[in-house]
Design a binder for this molecule. Structure first.
Ligand code: NZQ
Ligand code: ZN
Length: 388
Protein backbone atom coordinates (compact mmCIF):
# COMPACT_ATOMS: atom_id res chain seq x y z
CA UNK A 1 0.00 0.00 0.00
CA UNK A 2 1.31 3.43 -0.89
CA UNK A 3 0.26 6.86 0.30
CA UNK A 4 -1.70 8.03 3.34
CA UNK A 5 -5.42 7.87 3.83
CA UNK A 6 -8.19 8.14 6.39
CA UNK A 7 -11.08 5.75 6.01
CA UNK A 8 -14.33 6.77 7.67
CA UNK A 9 -17.82 5.94 6.46
CA UNK A 10 -20.58 7.27 8.73
CA UNK A 11 -23.64 5.90 6.86
CA UNK A 12 -25.66 3.37 8.89
CA UNK A 13 -26.82 0.85 6.35
CA UNK A 14 -29.76 -1.54 6.84
CA UNK A 15 -29.74 -4.38 4.31
CA UNK A 16 -32.17 -7.17 3.44
CA UNK A 17 -35.84 -7.99 3.04
CA UNK A 18 -36.66 -6.63 6.50
CA UNK A 19 -34.54 -3.47 6.20
CA UNK A 20 -37.58 -1.19 5.97
CA UNK A 21 -38.42 -2.11 9.59
CA UNK A 22 -35.58 0.23 10.62
CA UNK A 23 -37.01 3.34 8.97
CA UNK A 24 -39.31 4.51 11.77
CA UNK A 25 -36.51 4.19 14.33
CA UNK A 26 -34.12 6.13 12.11
CA UNK A 27 -36.67 8.90 11.52
CA UNK A 28 -37.05 9.43 15.25
CA UNK A 29 -33.50 10.80 15.39
CA UNK A 30 -34.52 13.95 13.47
CA UNK A 31 -36.87 16.92 13.89
CA UNK A 32 -40.50 16.97 12.89
CA UNK A 33 -40.38 18.07 9.25
CA UNK A 34 -39.27 15.62 6.57
CA UNK A 35 -39.01 16.44 2.87
CA UNK A 36 -39.89 13.30 0.93
CA UNK A 37 -37.96 13.47 -2.35
CA UNK A 38 -38.60 10.94 -5.10
CA UNK A 39 -38.51 10.51 -8.86
CA UNK A 40 -41.05 10.31 -11.63
CA UNK A 41 -43.52 8.02 -9.89
CA UNK A 42 -42.17 4.44 -9.88
CA UNK A 43 -42.47 4.35 -6.08
CA UNK A 44 -46.20 5.04 -6.34
CA UNK A 45 -46.65 2.06 -8.67
CA UNK A 46 -44.65 -0.53 -6.72
CA UNK A 47 -45.85 0.07 -3.16
CA UNK A 48 -42.67 1.67 -1.78
CA UNK A 49 -44.38 5.06 -1.38
CA UNK A 50 -47.06 3.52 0.88
CA UNK A 51 -44.45 1.76 3.01
CA UNK A 52 -42.40 4.94 3.43
CA UNK A 53 -45.38 7.17 4.23
CA UNK A 54 -46.60 4.61 6.80
CA UNK A 55 -43.22 4.82 8.55
CA UNK A 56 -43.30 8.63 8.41
CA UNK A 57 -46.77 8.61 9.97
CA UNK A 58 -45.72 6.16 12.67
CA UNK A 59 -42.77 8.42 13.52
CA UNK A 60 -45.14 11.41 13.76
CA UNK A 61 -43.57 13.49 10.98
CA UNK A 62 -44.92 16.41 8.99
CA UNK A 63 -44.21 15.56 5.35
CA UNK A 64 -43.24 18.00 2.59
CA UNK A 65 -43.83 16.29 -0.77
CA UNK A 66 -41.06 16.72 -3.33
CA UNK A 67 -41.63 14.40 -6.30
CA UNK A 68 -40.46 14.69 -9.89
CA UNK A 69 -36.69 14.33 -9.48
CA UNK A 70 -35.65 13.42 -13.01
CA UNK A 71 -32.87 11.00 -14.06
CA UNK A 72 -29.74 13.18 -14.48
CA UNK A 73 -31.16 15.74 -12.01
CA UNK A 74 -30.92 19.37 -13.03
CA UNK A 75 -29.66 22.38 -11.12
CA UNK A 76 -33.04 24.08 -11.70
CA UNK A 77 -34.74 21.25 -9.81
CA UNK A 78 -32.13 21.55 -7.04
CA UNK A 79 -32.97 25.25 -6.65
CA UNK A 80 -36.67 24.37 -6.39
CA UNK A 81 -35.87 21.84 -3.64
CA UNK A 82 -33.81 24.46 -1.78
CA UNK A 83 -36.83 26.77 -1.73
CA UNK A 84 -38.99 24.00 -0.25
CA UNK A 85 -36.36 23.33 2.45
CA UNK A 86 -36.19 26.99 3.45
CA UNK A 87 -39.94 27.62 3.29
CA UNK A 88 -40.73 24.61 5.45
CA UNK A 89 -37.65 24.56 7.72
CA UNK A 90 -37.01 20.94 6.76
CA UNK A 91 -35.12 18.80 9.32
CA UNK A 92 -34.43 15.77 7.14
CA UNK A 93 -34.47 15.10 3.38
CA UNK A 94 -35.59 11.51 2.81
CA UNK A 95 -34.56 10.48 -0.70
CA UNK A 96 -36.49 7.47 -2.01
CA UNK A 97 -35.15 6.33 -5.36
CA UNK A 98 -31.96 5.72 -7.28
CA UNK A 99 -28.76 7.71 -7.62
CA UNK A 100 -30.53 10.68 -9.19
CA UNK A 101 -32.82 11.25 -6.21
CA UNK A 102 -30.11 10.69 -3.61
CA UNK A 103 -27.59 12.89 -5.46
CA UNK A 104 -30.28 15.56 -5.71
CA UNK A 105 -30.99 15.37 -1.97
CA UNK A 106 -27.29 15.96 -1.17
CA UNK A 107 -27.20 18.89 -3.59
CA UNK A 108 -30.25 20.47 -1.94
CA UNK A 109 -28.80 19.82 1.50
CA UNK A 110 -25.60 21.71 0.70
CA UNK A 111 -27.24 24.47 -1.34
CA UNK A 112 -30.39 25.43 0.61
CA UNK A 113 -28.55 27.78 2.96
CA UNK A 114 -25.56 28.57 0.73
CA UNK A 115 -25.18 32.35 0.43
CA UNK A 116 -23.06 32.12 -2.75
CA UNK A 117 -23.84 30.73 -6.21
CA UNK A 118 -23.96 27.04 -5.24
CA UNK A 119 -23.23 25.79 -8.78
CA UNK A 120 -20.02 27.79 -8.96
CA UNK A 121 -18.98 26.99 -5.40
CA UNK A 122 -19.53 23.21 -5.39
CA UNK A 123 -19.63 21.91 -8.95
CA UNK A 124 -17.15 24.33 -10.55
CA UNK A 125 -14.71 25.40 -7.80
CA UNK A 126 -15.22 22.12 -5.89
CA UNK A 127 -15.28 23.86 -2.49
CA UNK A 128 -16.68 22.55 0.77
CA UNK A 129 -19.98 23.77 2.24
CA UNK A 130 -19.55 26.50 4.84
CA UNK A 131 -23.26 26.92 5.57
CA UNK A 132 -25.57 24.71 7.67
CA UNK A 133 -26.61 21.56 5.78
CA UNK A 134 -29.70 19.38 6.15
CA UNK A 135 -29.47 15.68 7.11
CA UNK A 136 -30.13 13.24 4.26
CA UNK A 137 -31.53 9.70 4.57
CA UNK A 138 -32.01 7.22 1.73
CA UNK A 139 -34.31 4.38 0.72
CA UNK A 140 -32.62 2.85 -2.33
CA UNK A 141 -34.78 1.53 -5.18
CA UNK A 142 -32.28 1.22 -8.07
CA UNK A 143 -28.78 -0.24 -7.84
CA UNK A 144 -25.61 1.12 -9.42
CA UNK A 145 -24.33 4.49 -8.33
CA UNK A 146 -23.32 3.82 -4.72
CA UNK A 147 -24.89 7.16 -3.78
CA UNK A 148 -26.49 5.47 -0.77
CA UNK A 149 -23.16 5.39 1.07
CA UNK A 150 -21.05 8.17 -0.40
CA UNK A 151 -20.85 11.94 -0.81
CA UNK A 152 -21.26 12.00 -4.60
CA UNK A 153 -23.73 14.41 -6.16
CA UNK A 154 -23.83 14.62 -9.96
CA UNK A 155 -25.90 17.51 -11.28
CA UNK A 156 -26.71 18.68 -14.81
CA UNK A 157 -26.69 22.41 -15.52
CA UNK A 158 -28.02 22.85 -19.06
CA UNK A 159 -27.65 26.64 -18.93
CA UNK A 160 -23.92 26.37 -18.16
CA UNK A 161 -23.54 23.35 -20.48
CA UNK A 162 -22.10 20.86 -17.98
CA UNK A 163 -22.97 17.69 -16.12
CA UNK A 164 -20.59 17.66 -13.17
CA UNK A 165 -19.92 15.60 -10.09
CA UNK A 166 -19.11 16.97 -6.66
CA UNK A 167 -17.86 14.61 -3.98
CA UNK A 168 -18.99 16.06 -0.66
CA UNK A 169 -17.36 15.06 2.61
CA UNK A 170 -18.75 12.63 5.18
CA UNK A 171 -21.11 15.26 6.64
CA UNK A 172 -23.23 14.90 3.50
CA UNK A 173 -23.17 11.10 3.25
CA UNK A 174 -26.68 9.75 3.90
CA UNK A 175 -27.03 9.38 7.68
CA UNK A 176 -28.79 6.08 7.06
CA UNK A 177 -29.68 3.96 4.05
CA UNK A 178 -32.35 1.28 3.66
CA UNK A 179 -31.41 -1.40 1.12
CA UNK A 180 -34.04 -4.03 0.37
CA UNK A 181 -33.12 -5.95 -2.81
CA UNK A 182 -36.86 -6.68 -3.36
CA UNK A 183 -37.40 -2.93 -3.91
CA UNK A 184 -35.23 -3.14 -7.02
CA UNK A 185 -37.19 -5.96 -8.69
CA UNK A 186 -39.47 -3.56 -10.60
CA UNK A 187 -36.59 -1.67 -12.25
CA UNK A 188 -36.94 -2.14 -16.06
CA UNK A 189 -34.33 -4.46 -17.66
CA UNK A 190 -32.63 -1.56 -19.52
CA UNK A 191 -32.13 0.45 -16.30
CA UNK A 192 -31.13 -2.67 -14.39
CA UNK A 193 -28.30 -3.67 -16.74
CA UNK A 194 -27.20 -0.03 -17.05
CA UNK A 195 -26.79 -0.12 -13.27
CA UNK A 196 -24.74 -3.33 -13.54
CA UNK A 197 -22.36 -1.64 -15.94
CA UNK A 198 -22.18 1.46 -13.76
CA UNK A 199 -20.93 -0.76 -10.92
CA UNK A 200 -18.34 -2.39 -13.18
CA UNK A 201 -17.24 1.03 -14.32
CA UNK A 202 -16.77 2.26 -10.74
CA UNK A 203 -14.64 -0.80 -10.07
CA UNK A 204 -12.56 -0.31 -13.23
CA UNK A 205 -12.14 3.45 -12.74
CA UNK A 206 -10.47 2.74 -9.39
CA UNK A 207 -8.57 -0.36 -10.53
CA UNK A 208 -6.81 1.12 -13.55
CA UNK A 209 -4.40 3.41 -11.72
CA UNK A 210 -1.09 3.01 -9.95
CA UNK A 211 1.70 0.45 -10.11
CA UNK A 212 2.10 -0.67 -6.48
CA UNK A 213 0.98 -4.02 -5.11
CA UNK A 214 -2.12 -2.93 -3.22
CA UNK A 215 -4.59 -4.88 -1.06
CA UNK A 216 -7.35 -2.64 -2.41
CA UNK A 217 -6.86 -4.17 -5.90
CA UNK A 218 -7.43 -7.67 -4.51
CA UNK A 219 -10.67 -6.53 -2.85
CA UNK A 220 -11.67 -4.85 -6.12
CA UNK A 221 -11.01 -8.05 -8.13
CA UNK A 222 -13.24 -10.01 -5.74
CA UNK A 223 -16.05 -7.51 -6.21
CA UNK A 224 -15.66 -7.60 -10.01
CA UNK A 225 -15.83 -11.41 -10.01
CA UNK A 226 -18.93 -11.41 -7.82
CA UNK A 227 -20.59 -8.80 -10.06
CA UNK A 228 -19.78 -10.70 -13.27
CA UNK A 229 -21.13 -13.94 -11.82
CA UNK A 230 -24.33 -12.48 -10.34
CA UNK A 231 -25.08 -10.17 -13.29
CA UNK A 232 -25.02 -13.14 -15.71
CA UNK A 233 -27.72 -14.77 -13.57
CA UNK A 234 -29.76 -11.60 -13.02
CA UNK A 235 -29.75 -10.52 -16.67
CA UNK A 236 -31.53 -13.79 -17.56
CA UNK A 237 -33.56 -14.09 -14.36
CA UNK A 238 -34.13 -10.60 -12.89
CA UNK A 239 -36.29 -11.99 -10.06
CA UNK A 240 -33.39 -14.05 -8.69
CA UNK A 241 -33.11 -12.62 -5.17
CA UNK A 242 -29.68 -14.02 -4.40
CA UNK A 243 -28.13 -12.49 -7.50
CA UNK A 244 -29.89 -9.13 -7.08
CA UNK A 245 -28.93 -8.95 -3.41
CA UNK A 246 -25.27 -9.68 -4.18
CA UNK A 247 -25.24 -7.03 -6.87
CA UNK A 248 -26.83 -4.49 -4.52
CA UNK A 249 -24.16 -5.10 -1.89
CA UNK A 250 -21.37 -5.03 -4.50
CA UNK A 251 -22.62 -1.67 -5.82
CA UNK A 252 -22.38 -0.12 -2.38
CA UNK A 253 -18.80 -1.30 -1.82
CA UNK A 254 -17.80 -0.31 -5.34
CA UNK A 255 -18.17 3.35 -4.47
CA UNK A 256 -18.24 3.95 -0.74
CA UNK A 257 -14.62 5.21 -0.57
CA UNK A 258 -13.04 1.84 0.39
CA UNK A 259 -11.65 1.17 -3.07
CA UNK A 260 -9.82 4.47 -3.34
CA UNK A 261 -7.68 3.70 -0.28
CA UNK A 262 -4.08 3.58 -1.45
CA UNK A 263 -5.13 4.17 -5.07
CA UNK A 264 -5.20 7.15 -7.42
CA UNK A 265 -8.14 6.36 -9.70
CA UNK A 266 -8.89 7.28 -13.30
CA UNK A 267 -12.55 8.50 -13.77
CA UNK A 268 -12.10 9.67 -17.40
CA UNK A 269 -14.75 7.22 -18.67
CA UNK A 270 -17.18 8.94 -16.31
CA UNK A 271 -16.21 12.38 -17.62
CA UNK A 272 -16.89 11.31 -21.21
CA UNK A 273 -20.10 9.61 -20.05
CA UNK A 274 -21.27 12.78 -18.29
CA UNK A 275 -20.70 14.81 -21.48
CA UNK A 276 -22.79 12.32 -23.48
CA UNK A 277 -25.44 12.47 -20.75
CA UNK A 278 -25.49 16.25 -20.89
CA UNK A 279 -26.08 16.33 -24.64
CA UNK A 280 -28.39 13.30 -25.03
CA UNK A 281 -29.91 12.84 -21.53
CA UNK A 282 -29.05 9.13 -21.92
CA UNK A 283 -29.02 6.70 -18.99
CA UNK A 284 -25.79 7.07 -17.02
CA UNK A 285 -24.63 3.42 -17.08
CA UNK A 286 -25.23 3.18 -20.85
CA UNK A 287 -23.15 6.29 -21.53
CA UNK A 288 -20.25 4.57 -19.74
CA UNK A 289 -20.80 1.28 -21.57
CA UNK A 290 -20.75 3.01 -24.95
CA UNK A 291 -17.27 4.50 -24.49
CA UNK A 292 -15.45 2.04 -22.20
CA UNK A 293 -14.06 -0.35 -24.81
CA UNK A 294 -12.57 2.32 -27.09
CA UNK A 295 -11.25 4.17 -24.03
CA UNK A 296 -9.55 1.15 -22.46
CA UNK A 297 -8.12 -0.02 -25.80
CA UNK A 298 -6.71 3.49 -26.19
CA UNK A 299 -4.97 3.67 -22.77
CA UNK A 300 -4.08 -0.02 -22.42
CA UNK A 301 -0.44 0.36 -23.42
CA UNK A 302 0.14 3.03 -20.78
CA UNK A 303 -0.88 0.68 -17.94
CA UNK A 304 -0.19 -2.67 -19.55
CA UNK A 305 0.77 -4.48 -16.30
CA UNK A 306 -2.65 -3.70 -14.78
CA UNK A 307 -4.55 -4.74 -17.90
CA UNK A 308 -2.65 -8.06 -17.83
CA UNK A 309 -3.58 -8.48 -14.16
CA UNK A 310 -7.23 -7.64 -14.98
CA UNK A 311 -7.28 -10.30 -17.71
CA UNK A 312 -5.75 -13.01 -15.53
CA UNK A 313 -7.31 -12.32 -12.10
CA UNK A 314 -10.76 -11.12 -13.15
CA UNK A 315 -11.45 -13.02 -16.38
CA UNK A 316 -9.28 -16.10 -15.92
CA UNK A 317 -7.22 -15.55 -19.09
CA UNK A 318 -4.28 -18.04 -19.26
CA UNK A 319 -1.08 -16.04 -19.89
CA UNK A 320 1.23 -18.95 -20.88
CA UNK A 321 2.94 -18.48 -24.23
CA UNK A 322 1.32 -15.10 -24.91
CA UNK A 323 2.72 -11.59 -24.97
CA UNK A 324 1.49 -9.09 -22.35
CA UNK A 325 -0.34 -7.24 -25.09
CA UNK A 326 -2.18 -10.39 -26.20
CA UNK A 327 -3.21 -11.18 -22.62
CA UNK A 328 -4.44 -7.62 -22.03
CA UNK A 329 -6.40 -7.63 -25.32
CA UNK A 330 -7.98 -10.96 -24.37
CA UNK A 331 -9.09 -9.46 -21.05
CA UNK A 332 -10.82 -6.60 -22.85
CA UNK A 333 -12.40 -9.09 -25.26
CA UNK A 334 -13.84 -10.92 -22.22
CA UNK A 335 -15.19 -7.60 -20.94
CA UNK A 336 -16.84 -7.04 -24.33
CA UNK A 337 -18.48 -10.49 -24.38
CA UNK A 338 -19.83 -9.97 -20.86
CA UNK A 339 -21.25 -6.59 -21.91
CA UNK A 340 -22.98 -8.26 -24.87
CA UNK A 341 -24.25 -11.04 -22.64
CA UNK A 342 -25.93 -8.70 -20.12
CA UNK A 343 -27.16 -6.46 -22.96
CA UNK A 344 -25.67 -2.99 -22.52
CA UNK A 345 -25.33 -0.39 -25.27
CA UNK A 346 -22.00 -0.70 -27.09
CA UNK A 347 -22.30 2.26 -29.46
CA UNK A 348 -22.81 5.90 -28.50
CA UNK A 349 -24.80 6.58 -31.68
CA UNK A 350 -27.56 4.42 -30.17
CA UNK A 351 -27.72 7.03 -27.39
CA UNK A 352 -27.92 9.96 -29.78
CA UNK A 353 -24.28 10.91 -30.40
CA UNK A 354 -23.95 12.03 -34.03
CA UNK A 355 -21.30 13.60 -36.25
CA UNK A 356 -23.23 16.89 -35.75
CA UNK A 357 -23.12 16.95 -31.92
CA UNK A 358 -19.78 15.18 -31.44
CA UNK A 359 -17.82 18.42 -31.01
CA UNK A 360 -20.37 19.66 -28.48
CA UNK A 361 -19.92 16.44 -26.50
CA UNK A 362 -16.12 16.79 -26.69
CA UNK A 363 -16.32 20.38 -25.44
CA UNK A 364 -18.23 19.23 -22.35
CA UNK A 365 -15.67 16.54 -21.40
CA UNK A 366 -13.60 17.38 -18.35
CA UNK A 367 -10.08 16.04 -18.97
CA UNK A 368 -8.55 14.77 -15.73
CA UNK A 369 -4.77 14.45 -15.23
CA UNK A 370 -5.11 11.01 -13.62
CA UNK A 371 -5.13 7.34 -14.62
CA UNK A 372 -2.48 5.95 -16.93
CA UNK A 373 -2.79 8.65 -19.59
CA UNK A 374 -4.03 12.23 -19.68
CA UNK A 375 -6.02 12.58 -22.88
CA UNK A 376 -5.81 15.50 -25.27
CA UNK A 377 -8.99 16.93 -26.75
CA UNK A 378 -8.13 15.25 -30.07
CA UNK A 379 -7.92 11.91 -28.30
CA UNK A 380 -11.33 12.54 -26.72
CA UNK A 381 -12.76 13.16 -30.20
CA UNK A 382 -11.04 10.01 -31.51
CA UNK A 383 -12.47 7.87 -28.68
CA UNK A 384 -15.93 9.36 -29.20
CA UNK A 385 -15.74 8.66 -32.92
CA UNK A 386 -14.63 5.06 -32.26
CA UNK A 387 -17.50 4.68 -29.78
CA UNK A 388 -20.14 5.49 -32.38
O1 NZQ B 1 -37.97 8.40 -11.48
P1 NZQ B 1 -38.64 7.10 -11.23
O2 NZQ B 1 -40.06 7.07 -11.66
O3 NZQ B 1 -38.46 6.62 -9.82
O4 NZQ B 1 -37.93 6.03 -12.21
C1 NZQ B 1 -36.56 5.74 -12.14
C2 NZQ B 1 -35.75 6.34 -13.30
O5 NZQ B 1 -36.55 6.52 -14.42
C3 NZQ B 1 -36.37 4.27 -12.36
N1 NZQ B 1 -36.47 3.49 -11.13
C4 NZQ B 1 -35.73 3.62 -10.01
N2 NZQ B 1 -36.09 2.69 -9.10
C5 NZQ B 1 -37.10 1.98 -9.67
C6 NZQ B 1 -37.34 2.49 -10.95
N3 NZQ B 1 -38.29 1.99 -11.77
C7 NZQ B 1 -39.02 0.96 -11.30
N4 NZQ B 1 -38.81 0.40 -10.09
C8 NZQ B 1 -37.87 0.87 -9.25
N5 NZQ B 1 -37.66 0.27 -8.06
O6 NZQ B 1 -35.05 4.13 -12.86
C9 NZQ B 1 -34.75 5.28 -13.63
C10 NZQ B 1 -33.33 5.69 -13.33
O7 NZQ B 1 -33.18 6.14 -11.99
P2 NZQ B 1 -31.90 6.99 -11.58
O8 NZQ B 1 -31.99 7.33 -10.16
O9 NZQ B 1 -31.70 8.09 -12.58
O10 NZQ B 1 -30.74 5.91 -11.86
P3 NZQ B 1 -29.32 5.76 -11.22
O11 NZQ B 1 -29.42 5.14 -9.89
O12 NZQ B 1 -28.50 5.07 -12.23
O13 NZQ B 1 -28.77 7.26 -11.03
C11 NZQ B 1 -28.16 7.95 -12.08
C12 NZQ B 1 -27.61 9.28 -11.63
O14 NZQ B 1 -26.58 9.11 -10.62
C13 NZQ B 1 -25.37 9.76 -11.03
C14 NZQ B 1 -25.47 9.68 -12.55
O15 NZQ B 1 -24.61 10.57 -13.20
C15 NZQ B 1 -26.93 10.01 -12.79
O16 NZQ B 1 -27.16 11.39 -12.74
N6 NZQ B 1 -24.20 9.13 -10.40
C16 NZQ B 1 -24.00 9.31 -9.08
C17 NZQ B 1 -22.86 8.86 -8.43
C18 NZQ B 1 -22.61 9.07 -7.00
N7 NZQ B 1 -23.51 9.65 -6.25
O17 NZQ B 1 -21.56 8.70 -6.49
C19 NZQ B 1 -21.80 8.16 -9.15
C20 NZQ B 1 -22.24 7.63 -10.47
O18 NZQ B 1 -21.10 7.40 -11.25
C21 NZQ B 1 -23.19 8.49 -11.22
O19 NZQ B 1 -22.48 9.50 -11.93
ZN1 ZN C 1 -21.16 5.86 -12.44
Amino acid sequence: MNGNFTFHNPTRLHFGEDAMGHLTGELKNYGTTVMLSYGGGSIKRNGIYEAVTAALKEAGKTVVEDGGVMPNPTYEKVMHGCQLVRDNKVDLILAVGGGSTIDYAKAVSASAYCTEDAWQKYWVRQEKPECPTVAVGAVLTMVGTGSEMNGGSVITNRKEGFKRGKVFGTALFPKFAILNPRFTMTVPQYQMVAGFFDIMSHLMEQYFAGTADCTTDYINEGLMRSLIHASRIAAKDPQNYEARANIMWTATWALNTLLKCGKGGDWEVHQIGHAIGLVTDATHGMTLASVSLPYYRHVMHDGLHQFVRFAVNVWGVRPEGKSDEQVAMEGLACLESWMKEIGVVLHSKELGVTEENLEQVADAVLILPVGYRTLTRDEVVQILRESM
